[in-house]
Ligand binder design. Structure first.
Ligand code: UGA
Length: 436
């Protein structure tokens, strides 16, 4: 099939590349000329395991193309995916101006039947708005489909190639059939295709992400309580997760959830609730708890240093909001660093993948280390903010040689509890140790 993807951000680029991989011709449209030129020359604008290889393979095979010209792409394609940003406004509501602007342009430019697919996470009712916007411009028939994306950063290619389910939100038989044909290479291996109306599909996306945010937050609260009562959250987690109604995944406590999705989607759903006169108390609490949880180790650091962090040199391992991504949006590392700086500490950070993005925000307010051990040179304490695999099995004696104080504050529960202690480190993790 011939497909257009409008917007070559995270979702657009990965969706486009994987749809090309399964044999479609994909036209990727973006307004950023420089980015389009770079992509034509084989430059992948984001870091995502496995993407570059697939991207280059499909350029080579002439299955993926890049252009700034929406008209040219539209003429060639029957299915048009919208993978545009929907950033939160000040009140948390999703800003639909990019989506509706492109809908308007499609209305102006289309000359025959098209299926317009909303891939972006958009509030309930957006498909109707896109439909109205296009219909105001043309009499040519078209359908609008909601087809939310469930890919995780760091596993985006894998998630797109092996989806857990494909949700098609459309009441049009014709559009459903076209979408079913497009996704057939995935669904014929047993992946369910779930048909529903547009509104239910739009809400499914918010409900799924918000539920996962609630699940993590619930576990963070249990972890905090474990510390109060002398229980071990790892055992509680195992005991709970073994009930398959609960499941083991997304029960890992830590210094809060971040990223471009959970915080934004919880806010947006809360906001949609307000607009409809519904008070999502659970989501309100989740958002507030997560804010506190992100910096829950800072008071522990203060306590360790007798209430004063002035002049203390704190090494921070990990800046990305989670491992396997360079994304620092809503990353817990940033909240911690900002608070540590406010309290007069110096920060040396290590994260080769995400460093460049942090430099754009924090510049030389902190220093950046080339490797995980040099970050510890003369450090008073180490704070672990991201669960990069390379931190899992460190050389504790080398760490001890470098650090002034042997103290680890681990926001991602990286080590078995006894390991740092066997190496004579003070070790504070989340929910696994009695507060004395
Ligand atoms: C999330 C969802 O998992 C995807 O299904 C969804 O498609 C995506 O949002 C989206 O809407 O685009 P992502 O933001 O890439 O994916 O990251 P996750 O792996 O879900 O992690 C989110 C945050 O939760 C991270 O900060 C992570 O550290 C934290 N987390 C995750 C925990 O604190 N504990 C856990 O047990 C799991």
């Amino acid at each position: 099939m011939n497909i257009t993807i409008v917007g070559t951000g995270y979702v657009g680029l990965v969706t486009g590349t994987t749809l090309a991989e399964i044999g479609n011709s994909v036209y990727c449209v973006d307004i950023d000329e420089k980015k389009v030129e770079a992509m034509k020359n084989g430059v992948v604008p984001i870091y995502e395991p496995g993407l570059e290889e697939m991207f280059l393979r499909n350029i080579q095979a002439e299955r993926i193309f890049f252009t700034t010209d929406l008209k040219e792409a539209l003429e060639k394609s029957e299915v048009i995916f919208l993978a545009l940003p929907t950033p939160p406004g000040e009140d948390g509501s999703a800003d639909l101006s990019y989506v509706l602007k492109v809908a308007n342009d499609i209305g102006d430019l289309m000359t025959e039947y098209k299926v317009i697919v909303n891939k972006s996470t958009v509030p309930v009712g957006t498909a109707d708005k896109v439909r109205d916007t296009i219909a105001a411009k043309t009499d040519i028939p078209f359908d609008v489909v909601s087809n939310p994306e469930f890919l995780r950063e760091g596993f985006a290619v894998e998630d797109c190639m092996n989806p857990s389910r494909v949700i098609i939100g459309s009441t049009s038989e014709k559009a459903r059939n076209i979408m079913a044909k497009l996704y057939q290479p995935f669904t014929n291996i047993g992946v369910p295709i779930i048909n529903m109306d547009e509104r239910s599909s739009e809400l499914t996306k918010y409900a799924a992400n918000s539920f996962l945010a609630v699940k993590i937050t619930f576990m963070n609260e249990i972890a905090n309580f474990c510390e109060k009562v002398g229980a071990d959250v790892d055992l509680v987690r195992l005991g709970m997760g073994s009930d398959d109604r609960i499941g083991h995944r997304f029960l890992f406590p830590g210094i809060g959830y971040g990223g471009s999705c959970f915080p934004k989607d919880v806010k947006a759903l809360l906001n949609s609730g307000k607009q409809e006169g519904y008070d999502f108390q659970l989501l309100d609490a989740t958002e507030n708890i997560n804010k506190t949880q992100k910096v829950i180790l800072v008071p522990e650091l203060e306590k360790y240093f007798g209430g004063n962090l002035q002049g203390k040199k704190i090494a921070v391992w990990g800046l990305a909001f989670k491992a396997n991504t360079d994304d620092i949006r809503e990353a817990s590392s940033l909240d911690n660093i900002k608070l540590l700086l406010e309290k007069g500490a110096q920060v040396v950070a290590y994260d080769t993948i995400a460093e460049e993005n942090v430099r754009k925000i924090l510049g030389d307010k902190i220093t950046y280390a080339k490797d995980m051990y040099s970050a510890l040179e003369g450090a008073d304490a180490l704070l672990i903010a991201t669960e990069w695999p390379e931190f899992k099995n460190p050389n504790f004696s080398l760490m001890a040689q470098k650090m002034i104080n042997k103290a680890i504050f681990d926001g991602r529960n990286m080590f078995p509890l006894e390991l740092p202690e066997q190496n004579n480190f003070f070790y504070k993790s989340i929910g696994r140790k009695l507060v004395t």
